[in-house]
Structure formats: C-alpha cells, structure tokens
Design a protein around this ligand. Structure first.
Ligand code: ZN
Length: 167
C-alpha cells in the first residue's frame, strides 16, 4: 500500500471510529476549542492527577482531520505527564510546520499520518486544534498549581497593562 494511502486510512479510521469520543465522569478541566475557518468545534476533557494525564476524552463536531487528530492525540497523551504531553505537542506542531525529521516524529505514532498537512495550509488549523486546546489546558493547570503552591510568588510575575511577554 502506498504510504499516503495508508495515512489516509489511519485518519479515516480515527474519524469514523474514534476511541475517545465520549464524556469523562469527573474531568479536572474542560475546554472548548474552535477553528472558525473550518467550523471545527471540540470539547476537550482532561483528568489530571499528580501531574499525570490519567484520562482524556473529547466531544464535538468538525472535519475528519480535526476529529481524527484529536482522537490520535488522546491516544498519545493518556498516561503521560503534563510535561511529556507538552513535549509531544511541540513535536506535532513542528511536524505540521515541516520542521521535524523522520526520527523526531516517530514518537507521534499514528499522529504522524498527518505530516502531509504541512503542504496544505488551509488544513493546518484543523490538524492542530486538539493539540492547541490541550496545550492551553495544561498551561492553565500549571498556572493554577503555581498559584496554589506559592501565593506570595504570584505577585512577582505581574505584567502591567499590556499582554504578557510583549516588549
Ligand atoms: Zn477542519
């Protein structure tokens, strides 16, 4: 089978028969991810305990690429630490931008089937929707942890009126 054909079948399979399209009982965090340019709308749910993503699921609707990409992402992040999940997101984003090597994307397993999206700019936002949403959630969870761990330190990172990090 030609490799592109194989990639298409992997994406189709995850779109038609997603393993993680359901609702979690007690999610730690739920976040909606929207890609208006295509109409993709997902609702990502994470259960995080002691820094580990114990379970994850999603609901929503959208094109095959957005749905399959989110399902494949969840396959990868369940059982990982938040840091490992962020690292995987970085590798996936790099792959979509065409900046990674074949060896680097091996960790993405089936999600590597979306590597050709780097040549389809109109579909990039579909492919990264789930990953972008997950990264936002983990970053928010990390912020909450910092706040809980050291309330006095919170004041030291004030960034005034403008957006953080903008110089
Ligand atoms: Zn889409």
């Amino acid at each position: 089978m030609e490799i592109k054909q194989l990639y298409r079948e992997i994406v189709n399979e995850h779109n038609l028969h997603p393993s993680h399209k359901r609702n979690l009982d007690n999610p730690t965090m739920v976040l909606q991810g929207i890609n208006p340019s295509c109409g993709d709308d997902i609702n990502l749910q994470l259960k995080v305990k002691d820094g580990i993503i114990e379970d994850a699921a999603f609901n929503g609707s959208g094109c095959a690429i957005s749905q399959a990409s989110t399902d494949m992402m969840i396959d990868l992040i369940i059982g990982q630490t938040k840091e490992e999940a962020l690292k995987l997101a970085g590798t996936f984003m790099g792959m979509i931008k065409g900046e990674t090597t074949e060896e680097e994307i091996e960790v993405l397993d089936e999600a590597a089937a979306l590597q050709d999206i780097s040549h389809m700019p109109a579909r990039v936002k579909c492919a990264v929707l789930g990953w972008r949403t997950m990264r936002q959630m983990v970053e928010e969870l990390n912020r909450q942890e910092v706040k809980d761990a050291d309330v006095t330190a919170a004041g030291s990172s004030e960034c005034g009126a403008g957006p953080c990090g903008v110089k």
